[in-house]
Write a protein that binds this ligand. Structure first.
Ligand SMILES: [Zn+2]
Length: 217
């Protein structure tokens, strides 16, 4: 797949992030790794999603040197690069401050899985990544560690990071984190969500991985 196509896909994900209410203005960011070169295409810093064009996305090497682009990359670039370095299978990263999930992140409460649908993706919980300063590689390392068992983490006092085998998958995972957080928040008013037992979460996830999708894929 050419870089041009990857640029279009990242831009489309940016627009889906806005439409889903996960980000607004210039907040949050997303990136994808180019399979051929191993370079990373990322949102530029300080450009709002409505103004963003695919040509504005910045191509960097694994050390963060700009390979292509006239704008500065997102300030969270070190986090993205650290995640790609820690998990070679990851091809897309999405970072948001979506409100319900961020409420759990600032309360420093992991998102214990209560929805069967979430169990299929996340297993027993979306874990907390211990607080690290924004814009640092240490934040990426904390996030990568917290995502050992699932494709998303809550960044303490900050927001959400999600990964995937594509930037689209990373987006879907970020969306599911927000939906799970919203449901749990509402359930608090009813006495609190009842988490699914960890063993059941693992069983659902294993079954999902085996059966979901098309056999030809
Ligand atoms: Zn952020």
């Amino acid at each position: 797949m050419g870089l041009h196509r990857l640029r279009t896909r990242i831009l489309a994900v940016g627009h889906r992030m806005v439409a889903a209410g996960l980000v607004h203005g210039t907040a949050g960011n997303m990136s994808a790794k180019d399979r051929v070169s191993g370079h990373v295409l990322i949102k530029p810093s300080g450009v709002s999603y409505d103004a963003l064009r695919s040509a504005d996305l910045v191509l960097v090497d694994r050390h963060g040197n700009v390979v292509e682009g006239r704008l500065r990359p997102s300030t969270e670039l070190p986090m993205h690069l650290r995640i790609y370095a820690a998990m070679p299978e990851v091809m897309g990263v999405v970072h948001t401050h979506s409100p319900a999930a961020t409420a759990f992140a600032v309360a420093r409460r992991p998102l214990r899985t209560a929805l069967a649908e979430s169990a299929a993706i996340f297993g027993p919980e979306v874990s907390l990544a211990p607080y690290e300063t924004t814009g640092t590689a240490r934040l990426g390392l904390a996030a990568a560690r917290a995502m050992k068992h699932g494709p998303a983490a809550l960044l303490e006092n900050h927001g959400v990071v999600a990964i995937g085998a594509s930037v689209e998958d990373a987006f879907v995972h970020a969306l599911l984190v927000e939906e799970s957080a919203r449901v749990q928040w509402m359930a608090e008013a009813l006495g609190g969500a009842v988490p699914l037992p960890a063993a059941e979460c693992r069983r659902i996830r294993a079954a999902y991985r085996e059966r979901y999708g098309q056999a030809t894929r």
